[in-house]
Design a binder for this molecule. Structure first.
Ligand code: UD1
Length: 421
């Protein structure tokens, strides 16, 4: 058990390089299990979710060969197991992608209900609707999702809600199904496009990823491939928010600015001074932030994953701001923690109303989920005095060396063991 002790007040300065996308990687590693031989993946982030998934893949009988801290090869020849163990599955949400990939590989799968961040209810009914439409018999027994299919057959599936997870899982289950599958009202996130590119490089026929209709023509075989993961737009957004919130001057490198259009537009509205290049974003400061109203939506809307992270800068703005969370019902756990630091925020249904202009003060706080944890780091950077954040295993699930990257920009962050606290 570790904590982060953060001294507030520094204006961040310098350059930071964005790592590979967590949400792409956690879909592409399970997808690799559908190939007949080895698959190499580059630009993986060095985070605990990838370590856990690698352990899961080894358990299933495939062999993960680590090439470097950002690259690995998965040898799938000896994959024999279709039942994933609870102890590993419970650690991350994306373990449910094993349902789609193992179903394709074996015609059966048994995977415990997944873990991951608690953001309110996170049902998997749309995943199950998709698997069932493709011909799988699905049973939920003792916390385990069990599926079996003699033959998967293409189907037309309309998603009742726009969901990243179900879109990905259906793509995985449909890729070798007989005939054509159409996913309507599909999620359009860049990570879905990255997965489609990966599958197509393996020989799949996935058309339309990045739009709300994805067509998948089933193929017989998926071959060996090498793939480079796209940059993590949420990690990029995190350093952008940290730089802007501290009125700093930071060059964020290895970004795809197109993936952050809604975020850049909002930051401009808040009067963050920034410049956008081909694969970089330069934050030049934000001396007096303006209040703003933000509504989260599926991509290309303002991402729910950056909702908590834009809150600290709004505590500095003069006037009221409203953040409305439209994607996850219960995604305001960070509010109580930021309030401990002196923020004036009230919750009304799915909205948080932030009365800006009151400075934050360091306090002991707890990260309740991954992005809530990152938001607390940003709040701590602009607070007066020291903040100690517990629950940082959530942060380590999704951020590669976050304190090292921020300390290189002049932040004062120490990782401490519980005994030292
Ligand atoms: C993924 C991301 C997460 C991000 C989220 C939304 C990964 C590993 N995680 O999560 O970082 O915050 O997308 O961009 O990529 N829903 C249903 N039924 C279902 C599935 C989802 O009602 O079967 C609902 C959810 O409760 C939620 C909404 O749909 O309200 C969106 O969820 P979804 O897009 O599936 O999120 P995840 O894939 O879990």
């Amino acid at each position: 058990m570790e904590k982060l002790a953060i001294k507030g007040g520094a204006k961040l300065q310098g350059e930071v390089t964005v790592s590979g996308s967590k949400n792409s990687s956690v879909a592409i590693l399970p997808a690799a299990l559908m190939a007949n031989s080895e698959v190499s993946i580059e630009n993986l982030p060095e985070i605990s979710d990838i370590a856990t998934l690698s352990e899961l893949i080894n358990y299933l009988g495939a062999r993960v060969e680590i090439n470097s801290s950002h690259s690995l090869t998965i040898h799938t020849d000896n994959l024999f197991q279709w039942h994933a163990p609870y102890d590993l599955v419970k650690k991350l949400r994306a373990s449910y992608y094993l349902l789609g990939s193992l179903l394709t590989r074996f015609g059966k799968a048994a995977v415990p209900l997944p873990g991951g961040c608690i953001l309110g209810p996170r049902p998997i009914d749309q995943h199950i609707k998709g698997f069932t439409a493709l011909g799988a018999r699905v049973k939920l027994e003792h916390g385990l999702v069990k599926m079996e299919a003699e033959e998967l057959k293409g189907a037309e599936i309309y998603l009742d809600v726009v969901t990243v997870g179900a879109t990905i899982n259906i793509m995985l289950a449909a890729v070798k199904a007989k005939g054509k599958t159409i996913i309507e009202n599909a999620a359009k996130e860049p990570e879905i496009v990255d997965l489609a590119n990966f599958l197509n490089a393996m020989g799949a026929e996935v058309i339309g990823a990045g739009t709300d209709v994805i067509k998948i023509y089933g193929v017989k075989e998926l071959k060996s491939v090498e793939h480079m993961i796209i940059p993590d737009r949420i990690e990029a957004g995190t350093y952008i928010m940290a730089a802007a919130s501290t009125d700093g001057n930071v060059l964020v490198k290895d970004v795809i600015p197109k993936h952050l259009e809604a975020v850049i537009a909002k930051l401009k509205e808040i009067e963050v001074d920034l410049e956008v290049g081909e694969d970089w974003i330069l934050i030049k400061g934000c001396a007096s932030p303006r209040s703003a109203n933000i509504k989260t939506f599926p991509y290309p809307g303002f991402p729910t994953d950056l909702q908590a992270l834009i809150m600290p800068i709004l505590t500095k703005a003069v006037g009221s701001s409203i953040i409305t969370e439209n994607v996850f019902e219960g995604r305001f756990k960070h509010v109580d923690e930021i309030k401990r630091m002196g923020a004036n925020i009230r919750l009304e249904g799915r909205s948080a109303i932030i009365e800006g202009g009151c400075g934050l003060m360091g306090a002991p706080v707890k990260a309740t989920d991954l992005r809530a944890g990152a938001a607390l780091i940003i709040a701590a950077l602009i607070a007066e005095g020291e903040t100690v954040i517990s629950g940082i295993d959530h942060i380590d699930r999704g951020y590669q060396k976050i304190e090292e990257k921020l300390n290189n920009l002049g932040a004062g962050i120490n990782r401490i063991c519980l005994e030292e606290v």
